[in-house]
Design a protein around this ligand. Sequence first.
Ligand SMILES: CC(C)(COP(=O)(O)OP(=O)(O)OC[C@H]1O[C@@H](n2cnc3c(N)ncnc32)[C@H](O)[C@@H]1OP(=O)(O)O)[C@@H](O)C(=O)NCCC(=O)NCCS
Length: 175
Amino acid sequence: MLPESEPSSWRVEPLARHHDRAAFSCGNDSLDHYLKEQAGQDMRRRVAAPFVLVSTHPNIILGYYTLSSFGIDLGDLPLDVAKKLPAYPVVPVTLLGRLAVDQRYREQALGEFLLLNALHRAYAQSSQIAAAAVVDAIDDPARRFYQHFDFLPFPDKPNRLFLPMKTIADLFRDS
Ligand SMILES: CC(C)(COP(=O)(O)OP(=O)(O)OC[C@H]1O[C@@H](n2cnc3c(N)ncnc32)[C@H](O)[C@@H]1OP(=O)(O)O)[C@@H](O)C(=O)NCCC(=O)NCCS
């Protein structure tokens, strides 16, 4: 295990100038490129909020995720979930647009730590800016990662998964 990955020193913070984006490599070109070229602009324009995971070396990005406000059609949800929501055409949700861990720090539970941090942040914010679920945008390997954490598929959009905010609330009820 590398010195950067001691759980007690992990922390998640908003992306800032001192973070070394150039060195980040998760093996997915699109996610690497996004962090290096787009995340800063998206943050300034308020279309996505990027958060990075750092440890003892405050400049080294071990992983990152982004959150945005989003809306989904009520009809896209499974019937049993939709039935519990009011019949508004669009349901407010939080979009977990991207989540990645640098290849050098894989399989040390950083992905899980980042995901739980993102879910907790979305849950905490939802009392101020309502969101009925967290939704992600994914490819095949990523789908398996999220399903490992009980995300559910949209019936007609297999590459989009969601986790109801009620489930997330239950997860953090005692924390
Ligand atoms: C997916 C990713 C974030 C996982 O990061 P990681 O730090 O290696 O994962 P963790 O060590 O926290 O794994 C936590 C758990 O998830 C499981 N897991 C990790 N990747 C998985 C995958 N692709 N499919 C299924 N399960 C996975 C692990 O086996 C582990 O299970 P356990 O708790 O039962 O031991 C990382 O591989 C990555 O960045 N991949 C490229 C980008 C990507 O696909 N992002 C996802 C959404 S955009």
